[in-house]
Design a protein around this ligand. Structure first.
Ligand code: SAH
Length: 348
């Protein structure tokens, strides 16, 4: 059976699926889910991420972590957690880049939160040189100690519900079957909850609202952990700070956009992250927060220009070209610089 057959069977038995259920089956089904069966990253894969573009990304996130550790007064037992660590490249660069900071590594236990067996095996291989690294499928297994958490392109993979504003009000977008028994989008005839109408009553007809309960409740757990035990979290992703009321759900295969309902389970599915909603969660949990920065501003503040010049000093001409183009890709406004945002929240 394929994932598509599985989805059709679900729809036949239980009726149309919410977009969130569709997304979680497509990405996370234990047997057929996209993230469960392959390594999606890199040139050979479907997409490339900041840590895969340049070692500088992980190194600079490492500087942020180490400075947060110092701000906390150098605690001697902390959990460094990465959500959705891909190939483990960010963690490798982070650990290598911070190895000279006195006492930092000795204080760390590292927890990789990953559900993909394929990527877990790659991470374990890439991080074989380090001790004290543990793999979990859920954040809630992390012990009750101060936390440093990083998540790059993780929240965009969590399932979103989609609602459309019709002339009757907000209706949920569903995945159902058309007359030819093919997967097709349709709108639920029922009106969505009144809470949506209260908060988004002014949105024009045709507006699309995306809500990610899985992301919000996980982030709330993280913020409560930080409030109680201390720490800081850094979330980097492509996303927005103001509601554009746009449909941002997209499928990507072989580095190109792909029709959403084709090759399900063999194409990546993501939705832009709602940074305003994440910020509200942190505020409610009583954390100190900084308005989300663009990836460009974050990396410039962490010293990407200085690190670029440093790396260039020992590089060949070909490497120099590569280092410069990677830096540009990460910070340039027309590339990842402004579409990607970085949210930092900290305890007291
Ligand atoms: N952070 C990496 C990889 C991003 S791809 C990078 O920047 O290169 C998304 C990652 O999240 C993958 O490792 C995927 O397996 C993982 N993932 C997706 N859904 C998850 C879930 N619900 N729980 C834990 N990990 C998940």
């Amino acid at each position: 059976m394929s994932l598509e057959d599985h989805l059709k069977k679900l729809i036949c038995h239980h009726g149309p699926l919410s977009v969130a259920r569709f997304m979680s089956e497509a990405l996370g089904h234990p047997q057929y889910g996209y993230y469960r069966k392959q390594d999606p990253l890199g040139r050979q894969g479907d997409f490339i991420t900041a840590p895969e573009i340049s070692q500088m990304f992980g190194e600079l996130v490492g500087i942020w972590c180490a400075s947060e550790w110092q701000r906390m007064g150098n605690p001697d037992n902390i959990a460094l957690v990465e959500l959705g660590p891909g190939r483990g490249t960010l963690m490798q660069d982070l650990l290598r880049g911070t190895r000279h900071i006195k006492g930092f590594h000795e204080s760390l236990s590292v927890y990789m939160v990953e559900t993909s067996p394929v990527l877990t095996a790659i991470q374990q291989n890439n991080l074989a040189a380090y001790n004290n690294i543990f793999w979990y499928e859920h954040f809630n297994a992390v012990p009750d100690v101060p936390l440093l958490l990083v998540a790059n392109e993780f929240f965009d993979a969590l399932p979103v519900h989609q609602y459309s504003k019709t002339d009757k009000g907000w209706c949920e977008q569903m995945v159902s079957l058309d007359q030819n028994e093919h997967l097709a989008f349709s709108l639920s005839p029922n009106l969505a909850s009144a809470a949506i109408d209260t908060r988004h009553g002014d949105a024009p007809q045709g507006a699309v609202l995306e809500i990610c309960p899985a992301g919000l409740s996980l982030f709330s757990e993280i913020c409560q952990h930080i409030y109680t035990h201390g720490g800081a979290a850094l979330v980097a992703d492509y996303g927005y700070c103001e509601y554009g009321y746009k449909d941002t759900l997209q499928a990507v295969k072989n580095h190109h956009f792909h029709p959403l309902l084709e090759d399900v389970g063999d194409a990546d599915l993501t939705a832009h992250v709602d940074f305003t909603a994440l910020t509200a969660v942190a505020k409610k949990a009583g954390l100190r927060l900084y308005p989300p920065a663009t990836q460009r501003d974050f990396l410039l503040a962490m010293g990407i220009e200085q690190r670029t010049s440093q790396l260039m000093q020992k590089a060949s001409d070909a490497q120099k070209k590569q280092i410069l183009s990677a830096c540009e890709r990460l910070i340039c406004e027309t590339q990842m610089g402004t579409l990607f945002k970085v949210l930092a929240v900290t305890g007291e």
